[in-house]
Design a protein around this ligand. Structure first.
Ligand code: HEC
Ligand code: HEC
Ligand SMILES: [Cu+2]
Length: 486
């Protein structure tokens, strides 16, 4: 105490400040912390942690020996008199020099063996002797993560579901810049590089929810590019997969959710898919996502579309905006009103037509935003009775809005905005004048059955898919619906 009180004031305050800061920083290392690499929940992370601890203790021993020798020498042989006479000078000691060359070599070999073994095990692909490998493609986007399960034909975003005690093999990709995939308690980190696939495997040995984080600076919202890993029992995982293939029940007519659904179809569905439950929708979402990306790349400044998180069964998620906020009506309303209040720099706010306002906030009323939020929160696996064939007709009622949302909205807005195809506002009036001799009905039907028979000015052939596969009832319903677009 006596010594400390003699220090200059500024140094004393500095010391007083260092203590809480150091305690604060060290607190981040407690194994309980969500992003701590010490409390591990899988073999890859625990091998990495063990390796760290092993190297750490070797470093501690080296530190104590070397620093001890330095301190001992500087005290024992300190200058004791005012005489300027040099001490006895010695040069070269073969025994000593050989010893201090060999010891570090031995230490480095001791460190290299487990390091190389671990690198080898982790780079060698998912082990096949520890259970059936689950394949996942993880794709980094500014600033969110897309997860595709090719074997199960499921696509989701920002929340990765995996079964416990089963190896998961990841193919890591990026659509834009370099990101990095890291789940501190389970595995990582490996870069997600555009045009160059990387591979990583992980396995979780405890059921629970874990944090993931982009670990490579990738732009303004990098720190807000997180995700969650939800580790299920095998049974719950299978139930989750089954749920992802079960359509939501349609909202009751006249409900807030029904109004939200229509508003979503008009304002949001050019970028977001909400119904990837039907067979075939997996491949379709991949091509829509690519089309959105191509649309953005072809006009980075003004594009009205860009690849975006798949919101199928969004109501079952627990987080919003790639792990930044808890998901609930309130946070969702905040997000839709003004995404930057939660996360700055999103491509959603930069490109969606509804944010082209003076203050950048959505061109929607509070009630409309609340309805959209209610609709999104209602998206959960339904009773399983809803038709599963991409909204195609099964003889009963055909929901033309649903058909349009599922199949068309990725490329066509119902307003004037060009996405991949022309905005369809007014098509009901114009259809009859497009091609001489074709009535509105005939022209619209031809657009769906033989899209390349007539190409709208300024567009390229081959982009508009052929819709014969939807069946006659669905095509009739779509034609009727298109005619209402005055
Ligand atoms: C121009 C394309 C585009 C449009 C249009 C668009 N979004 Fe988005 N949306 C995005 C992108 C990109 C993200 C990812 C943002 C991020 O996290 O950086 C996103 C994220 C979201 C999320 C969070 C998803 C998650 O996994 O947490 C929600 C919810 C959402 N949008 C709802 C909407 C709603 C509602 C509308 C219509 C009012 C809409 N979006 C219109 C591109 C779009
Ligand atoms: C992959 C993108 C894409 C999808 C999905 C798509 N379209 Fe198109 N559509 C286009 C393009 C591009 C054009 C313009 C080129 C042409 O005329 O073929 C177009 C043209 C049209 C036209 C003619 C418009 C006019 O002004 O004459 C109609 C009508 C149309 N689409 C309806 C639909 C409907 C209905 C669906 C859903 C069942 C759909 N499209 C799905 C890309 C798409
Ligand atoms: Cu990133």
């Amino acid at each position: 105490m006596h010594r400390v009180s003699k220090l200059p004031v500024s140094l004393r305050t500095a010391l007083l400040l260092i203590v809480p800061v150091a305690v604060g920083l060290l607190a981040a290392c407690t194994p309980d912390n969500n992003q701590s690499t010490f409390g591990t929940a899988g073999p890859v992370a625990s091998d990495q942690a063990d390796l760290f601890i092993f190297i750490f203790w070797i470093a501690v021993v080296v530190f104590i020996l070397v620093e001890g020798a330095v301190i001992y020498a500087s005290i024992r042989y300190r200058r004791r008199s005012k005489s300027d006479k040099l001490p006895y000078q010695t040069h070269g000691n073969d025994k000593l020099e050989i010893t201090w060359t060999i010891i570090p070599v031995l230490i480095l070999i001791a460190i290299a063996i487990p390091t190389l073994t671990d690198i080898w095990e982790q780079q060698n692909g998912a082990p096949t002797d520890r259970g059936e490998v689950l394949s996942v493609e993880a794709i980094g986007h500014q600033w969110w993560f897309e997860f595709r399960y090719p074997d199960h034909e499921v696509i989701t975003a920002n929340e990765l579901h995996i079964p416990v005690n089963r190896p998961v093999g990841f193919k890591l990709e990026s659509q834009d810049v370099i990101h990095s995939f890291w789940v501190p308690k389970i595995a990582g980190k490996v870069d997600m590089v555009p045009l160059n696939d990387n591979y990583l495997w992980m396995m979780a040995d405890e059921v629970g929810e874990y944090y993931g984080q982009c670990a490579e600076f990738c732009g303004i919202a990098h720190a807000h590019m997180r995700f969650r890993v939800i580790v299920h029992t095998e049974e719950d995982f299978n139930a989750w997969v089954a749920g992802m293939h079960t359509a939501s029940d349609p909202p009751a007519a006249g409900s807030a959710e029904a109004s939200g659904k229509t508003l979503f179809a008009g304002n949001c569905s050019s970028c977001h898919t909400t119904n990837s439950t039907a067979p075939g929708s997996y491949a379709q979402e991949i091509s829509s996502q690519q089309a959105r990306w191509n649309g953005w790349v072809s006009d980075i400044e003004n594009s009205g579309i860009v690849s975006a998180p798949n919101l199928t069964h969004f109501g079952t998620r627990s987080t919003l905006a790639s792990g930044i906020k808890d998901l609930n009506q309130e946070s969702l309303v905040e997000w839709i009103t003004d995404p930057s209040s939660i996360k700055i720099g999103t491509r959603m706010q930069d490109h969606a037509a509804i944010y082209k306002t003076a203050d950048g906030k959505a061109k929607l009323t509070d009630d409309e935003i609340s309805d959209i939020a209610k609709y999104l929160l209602s998206l959960k696996p339904g009773s399983g009775t809803t038709d599963q064939t991409m909204g195609a007709s099964t003889g009963g009622d055909v929901d033309a809005v649903e058909l349009f949302t599922t199949n068309c909205a990725a490329c066509h807005s119902t307003g004037d905005d060009k996405i991949v195809g022309p905005g369809l506002a007014g098509i009901g009036d114009q259809a009859g004048n497009r091609v001489d001799g074709l009535s509105a009905d005939e022209y619209l039907e031809q657009s769906l059955r033989e899209p390349d028979a007539y190409i709208v000015d300024g567009f390229t052939p081959g982009l508009m898919p052929n819709w014969e596969k939807l069946g006659d009832d669905s095509i009739d319903a779509l034609v009727t619906y298109l005619k209402t677009m005055k």
